[in-house]
Design a protein around this ligand. Structure first.
Ligand code: SF4
Ligand code: SF4
Length: 278
């Protein structure tokens, strides 16, 4: 059985050595940004493909009927390997400086960093392959579907669906045991909320890690600090409005084109870098 430590070490090495995890001269908005690292070493949790929670993700209050369980993606799948890659101090601190203006590092991590995360998912597929294990990253596959606004995707039959996908990395991370949701709908891990998730489904029996919580919002103190949202998208009563968040983030495309971003709900908050104390 492949130990968790070996998977963690292999992914950390890939994260450290990929040139796409560093600001290049071509993408830099300021000379001092060149060479800065975007993502820190990831943490990993492993879930069982037979976990009954996968079916629950199909409920409307979770991901919805569009969600495909691990076995729907890979029928012989045995486990799901989910990782959280925290943003580096350079990225987080740069976005703490102003309540509205977005830090350069955040913009790179959000836009160029997305390609980097896809690369890491493909890395995991290939690494498991080298161990004789079939691995599939739904997010990096051609069958991945994300629905923005209701009715916006021609190939999705249910026109009422919005802001959802057939493989939600945050929900997958929740099932695997990486963390719980916060008021801001970010997933709070032991390394905080500021970062991104990825995962692969494997056909090998790995040691499943514990899910050290039962509640969906167990790690969130409901302190309300994330209501500093400049788009007014977060309230204590209603949680986060994906529509309002999306509309606000869209406005940033004018100022930062071809990039965009915000992330103010993930910085200068008690859950930024860890599980907040109650
Ligand atoms: S800032 Fe407070 S309320 Fe918002 S997600 Fe973090 S812990 Fe929860
Ligand atoms: S990303 Fe920005 S607009 Fe969206 S919820 Fe967070 S703070 Fe608000």
């Amino acid at each position: 059985m492949i130990p968790l430590e070996d998977i963690t070490a292999a992914l950390a090495e890939a994260v450290r050595t990929s040139p796409h995890n560093y600001v290049s001269e071509q993408m830099a908005l300021a000379p001092e940004d060149v060479g800065q690292r975007l993502y820190d070493d990831p943490i990993i949790a492993i879930g069982s493909a037979d976990d009954p929670l996968w079916e629950k993700l199909k409920e409307p209050q979770a991901v919805g009927a569009i969600f495909r369980t691990p076995k729907q993606w890979l029928p012989q799948g045995r486990c799901v390997v989910s990782y959280f890659a925290p943003f580096s101090d350079y990225v987080v601190e740069g976005n703490r400086e102003d309540n509205v203006l977005v830090g350069n590092g955040w913009l790179y991590a959000r836009v160029e960093g997305q390609a980097f995360l896809t690369e890491m998912n493909h890395f995991l597929e290939q690494w498991f392959e080298s161990q004789g294990v079939k691995a599939l990253s739904p997010y990096a596959s051609e069958e991945f579907k994300y629905v923005f606004e209701a009715g916006s995707s021609e190939d999705i039959a249910d026109k009422s669906l919005s802001f959802t996908s057939n493989w939600s990395e945050r929900h997958v991370a929740f099932v695997c045991g990486l963390g719980t949701f916060g008021l801001s709908k970010g997933l709070i891990t032991r390394k905080g909320v500021a970062g991104r998730f990825g995962s692969v489904i494997v056909d090998a029996p790995l040691e499943v890690t514990p899910r050290p919580y039962t509640g969906i919002y167990e790690y969130c103190t409901m302190c309300g600090a994330c209501m500093r949202c400049p788009g007014g998208a977060i309230t204590l009563e209603g949680g986060k409005s994906h529509e309002q968040c999306s509309a606000y983030v869209h406005t940033t495309r004018v100022k930062y084109a071809p990039r965009f971003g915000c992330g103010k709900c993930q910085v200068k908050v008690p859950c930024e870098r860890g599980i907040p104390k109650k």
